[in-house]
Design a protein around this ligand. Structure first.
Ligand code: KIV
Length: 293
């Protein structure tokens, strides 16, 4: 514990009010869940991206992204699966370790994959602690509201910070029958609000809201003391997350309405590969400057 006697818990953590979450540094330490709480109190919005390997993670860390998620979206964006369901703990522990090693400042959050926490609080604790011990992450994420409350309580009580995930929870794709906007009718909207309050009461430090109407996300954001992180949840959340391959134009096929593509990396890489191939076939590469003598 800090010996600082300030009444403000985040001020006591050492990051002064002048330092912003996005891009801020100067503390020489990683972003923590307490910094995210301070940002909510200060009304500071912040970005989060997914990352699945050390090199890409280092790019985002250098860009000042304060929170990186080793999402189970690695399933369809990195490992070649159709969805997130087949992803295993062993796979995500390996990817999360790489992301931690590739970064210095970002808070790294690892997703508990399908089947790694639903069984019991004990199972959640066993796998959550694996992420902290073997990969070195600072927090874990899991899907579900009331159905996952005991898991969140067990993890938080043991010292594992938990990010909750509500709305369109991709691990339940087979129950939903596809990827649809959630919380459109009054009953499901009230259920989502109840779930969000339950997650906060269970000790979650933040809640991802995926594919819910903007008005509902705004209500949840106003009701909660912990930050909301939107993905397809409109502009009123405290933070926004995108899957990096969507944001950078690497993904093929259907692009969800909420995605904004900031660069055509797939096109640029494809062009680079074709230029390399043309040089090899035509004899322009390697040139004299690339040869050893
Ligand atoms: O796995 C993931 O990428 C996620 C984000 C969509 C929040 O859970």
């Amino acid at each position: 514990m800090s010996s600082n006697t300030s009444a403000h818990p985040i001020a006591a953590a050492g990051e002064g009010p002048g330092l912003t979450l996005y891009g801020g540094d100067g503390t020489g330490r990683r972003v923590t869940v307490r910094d995210l709480a301070r940002a909510k109190q200060a009304g500071e919005r912040w970005p989060m991206l997914t990352a699945y390997d050390a090199m890409i993670a280092s790019v985002f860390d250098d860009a000042g992204i304060p929170v990186l998620l080793v999402g189970d979206s690695a399933g369809n964006n990195h490992l070649g699966y159709e969805n997130t369901v087949p992803v295993t703990m062993d796979q995500l522990v390996m990817l999360a370790g790489a992301v931690v090693r590739g970064t210095r400042r970002a808070l790294i959050v690892a997703d508990l994959p399908f089947g790694a926490y639903q069984e019991s609080p004990e199972q959640a604790l066993r796998n959550g602690t694996r992420f902290l011990k073997e990969a070195g992450v600072g927090a874990v994420k899991l899907e579900g509201g009331q159905r996952s409350a005991h898991q969140v309580e067990a993890l938080v009580a043991a010292g594992v910070p938990v990010m909750a995930h509500l709305g369109l929870t991709p691990q339940s794709v087979h129950t939903f029958g596809g990827y649809r906007v959630q919380g459109r009718d009054e009953e499901s909207a009230e259920q989502l609000i109840a779930d969000a309050k339950t997650m906060q009461a269970a000790g979650a430090f933040a809640v991802v809201l995926e594919c819910v109407p903007e008005e509902l996300a705004a209500r949840v954001t106003d009701l909660l003391e912990i930050p909301t992180i939107g993905i397809g949840a409109g502009a009123r959340c405290d933070a926004q997350v995108l899957v990096w391959t969507d944001m950078a134009g690497m993904t093929t096929g259907h692009t969800p309405k909420f995605v904004k593509q900031y660069v055509d990396l797939r096109g640029a890489l494809g062009d680079a590969a074709k230029a390399f191939a043309g040089d090899v076939v035509g004899g322009a590469y390697p040139g004299p400057e690339h040869a050893f003598h």
